[in-house]
Design a protein. Sequence first.
Length: 135
Amino acid sequence: RLRVPIELKRPVFYLQSQEQNLYNRQKLSHLRDHLSSQIIKNGLPVSQERSEADIIVNIDGKTREGGESNGFSIAYLDMSIQFTNPVGNAIYFEQSFNDLKGVSNTTERAGLKAFDKGTEKMDRAFMEKVLKAII
């Protein structure tokens, strides 16, 4: 009887994002921070160093003005998430979410509410789809 030990290595993730609320130059990290915590909750490591990563996660999220309704400002978030190998020539998983609506008393706050809707999209079911595609 032959026994061969099998060592399973958990992939290391590195997250980078470009998140912009309306036309502000201010760098945001709402989506990146939330997805990072979701990955860690699933028992997988996240690195601050790209060179240590097996999987690169690119997150792009931008809000735009959506007008006003009944005295409230509306903004919409368009976001995309892509999981690739470190050189970027293999896509393991990607998904986009568009027109995620935020409503508040100012347009800037409405944009931040839309980012909150974006974090809600990265829920348990989303992570199950990601992990099934990657692992």
